[in-house]
Design a protein around this ligand. Structure first.
Ligand SMILES: C[S@@+](CC[C@H](N)C(=O)[O-])C[C@H]1O[C@@H](n2cnc3c(N)ncnc32)[C@H](O)[C@@H]1O
Length: 180
């Protein structure tokens, strides 16, 4: 199970600020971000592909189900949160972290953006007309590619924060809306 880290703390600030109405978190891990959202609204649902995370969150009383992205999600939400696995498989200096954590937690695919691409293909069916997405990724994910995935799926984005982590990486937090 993914233990909340620097990425979780960064997007957490904006979850506190923007959570409202019906909230869905994809990839809820330990439930850290769901608990922040619950401090703003009572209606917070989470899903994760990792069964251990689902069990852990349920024991804490959180409303969490097993799902591969939206495969087991029903309904439409005001806010959808995703701190995805966003690192590419082939990043030599990350080998140590990769061994320490399970791949599904942090590896977004061969190039890093594949899970994000799948997410943006499906998310519109689960977002209310004026709904918003809060998502985080890294400079190692390929920012240009992520920006183009968002635009191709008819969303626009606002960069909420950019933060350097270590010498070689930056994290980005985006708020995304439907293009109107
Ligand atoms: C970077 S961790 C974030 C965990 C937690 N939200 C946090 O911020 O601390 C990514 C989470 O996404 C989950 N995940 C990865 N691929 C997924 C998928 N296809 N569908 C649902 N959850 C997924 C992982 O199991 C992991 O819990």
């Amino acid at each position: 199970m993914y233990e909340a880290g620097e990425d979780s703390f960064l997007i957490g600030k904006y979850i506190k600020k923007f959570s409202k109405g019906k909230v869905l978190e994809i990839g809820c891990g330990s439930g850290y971000l769901m608990e922040i959202a619950l401090s703003k609204t009572k209606n917070v649902k989470g899903v994760d592909i990792d069964k251990e995370s689902v069990e852990f969150c349920r024991k804490k009383g959180l409303d969490v189900s097993y799902s591969d992205l939206f495969s087991n999600v029903k309904g439409k939400f005001d806010v959808i949160i995703f701190n995805p696995p966003y690192l590419p498989q082939e990043e030599p200096f990350l080998k140590r972290n990769v061994r320490e954590r399970k791949n599904l937690d942090i590896i977004g695919g061969k190039r890093g953006y594949e899970v994000i691409e799948r997410f943006f293909k499906d998310v519109k069916d689960f977002l209310k007309e004026k709904g918003e997405i809060l998502i985080l990724f890294s400079s190692l994910t390929n920012k240009e590619k992520v920006d183009s995935i968002i635009k191709e799926n008819n969303f626009k984005f606002e960069l909420l924060e950019e933060k350097s982590v270590g010498l070689m990486e930056k994290l980005y937090v985006y708020r995304c809306y439907r293009k109107r």
